[in-house]
Design a protein around this ligand. Structure first.
Ligand code: NAD
Ligand code: WQD
Length: 343
């Protein structure tokens, strides 16, 4: 880690980006965030300041705005980029496919052209375990074929392809394609976390709202899967571990050229009921639930978890936190953000 390094973090005010910014600042990096706050708030910068004691520089702009990106590279001595900014709601991507393809691909092409224009060729990209599609057996390895089952997932597959082609066209680029499994948890301070607007689509934000008394019960999407308790199994990863994985990836791209796809997961799968039980245990709250139908179009793979061996080998990184830590820190965030008077 070098205090002279300046890292641009696109989408740095979002859920994973904000945790990563805290750890970058703690490690001595200079951090510049570009974010349009379409799915976050400027208050997150105060929280980052409270946690790390340092305030990142902010460029409030849309990443699709090529002029704004150019100005950003002119203004700061950026030497590497971590690219989080994207639309990420799977259901919405099915309803608005053109908007999703346009937005996610344009964000990345605009960014990469801006980087190329200033000779910045180190990039950490937020891909997703969704690229393993429905046909690979878990545990998922990076050399398995990739595909997708929704437009959001295809934007990740296409971007991986584009960045791989970019690397082939110019060997000076150094790119990691990080395939995140299911991030959960929050910074232990409770100051930042995952707080989507409206009814949450993902498991933990939903559980948080049930625990906080905002929603009455958790719908469990199917208990008739071929798994030990009938609910789907996922590789939940603490967002703090995930953030540390980005620092490991950054270390790697400062010393290696080329492109590498790397899983960021624990290698351990938990069911929906495992998550509910762990959350109840650490929070002392009861999570009422009702077994509902499977998600439409059989969109849930029964089992999805990582083979994390490549990350250990290439980045010398592995996760340190367990499911109880994820649930405890999510609950702390829920108490801080959702039910302040009860905290
Ligand atoms: P998030 O929505 O919390 O953060 C994204 C941030 O990007 C937000 O602050 C948003 O305001 C900003 N943003 C979006 N479009 C922008 C634009 N055009 N210009 C500038 N800023 C823009 O999402 P997250 O959960 O932190 O996810 C970060 C990345 O990781 C995304 O690329 C997502 O696809 C990927 N990912 C997320 C998960 C997950 O479950 N959270 C899993 C796998 C991969
Ligand atoms: C986890 C489990 C649900 C909500 C999604 C995206 C994926 C990636 C991560 C970005 C599943 C069950 C959920 C609820 C439930 N994102 N569930 N009741 O679907 O594994 O992955 O987020 O790249 O692309 O698809 O995560 O948190 O939505 O669901 O029973 O109210 O919880 O069926 O088994 P998922 P999730």
């Amino acid at each position: 880690m070098n205090a002279k390094h300046t890292v641009l973090v696109t989408g740095g005010a979002g859920y994973i980006g904000s945790h990563t910014c805290c750890q970058l600042l703690n490690a001595g990096y200079n951090v510049v965030i570009i974010d349009n706050f379409s799915n976050s708030s400027p208050d997150v910068l105060d929280a980052i300041m409270a946690i790390s004691g340092k305030r990142p520089a902010l460029v409030e702009a849309d990443l699709r705005d090529a002029d704004a990106v150019r100005v950003c590279f002119d203004q700061y001595p950026i030497d590497a980029v971590i690219h989080f900014a994207a639309l990420k709601a799977v259901g919405e991507s099915t309803a608005k496919p053109v908007e999703y393809y346009e937005h996610n691909l344009l964000c990345t092409t605009t960014l990469v052209k801006g980087m190329r224009g200033r000779g910045v060729k180190r990039l950490v990209y937020s891909s997703s375990a969704t690229v393993y599609g429905m046909d690979n057996p878990a545990p998922f390895r990076e050399d398995m074929p990739i595909s997708a089952i929704n437009p959001y997932g295809w934007t990740k597959v296409m971007t991986e392809r584009m960045l791989t082609d970019l690397s082939a066209s110019d060997p000076e680029w150094s790119i990691t394609l990080l395939r995140y499994f299911n991030p959960l948890g929050a910074h232990p301070s409770g100051l930042i976390g995952d707080d989507p607007n409206g009814i949450p689509a993902n498991l933990m934000p939903y559980v948080n709202k049930v625990a906080a008394g905002i929603l009455p019960e958790l719908p469990v999407f199917g208990d008739d899967y071929p798994t030990p308790d009938g609910t789907c199994i996922r590789d939940y990863i603490h967002v703090m571990d995930l953030a540390e994985g980005h620092l490991a990836a950054l270390d790697y791209i400062y010393t290696h050229n080329g492109v590498e796809a790397v899983n960021l997961g624990t290698g351990v799968g938990y069911s929906v009921f495992d998550v509910v039980r762990a959350y109840e245990r650490v929070s002392g709250r009861t999570i009422p639930y009702r077994v509902a139908s499977r998600r439409p179009n059989n969109a849930d793979a029964p089992k999805a978890y990582a083979d994390p061996a490549k990350a250990a080998r290439v980045f010398n990184w592995k996760t340190k936190r367990g499911l109880d830590d994820m649930c405890r820190d999510s609950w702390t965030f829920a108490k801080t953000r959702l039910i302040k008077s009860d905290a």
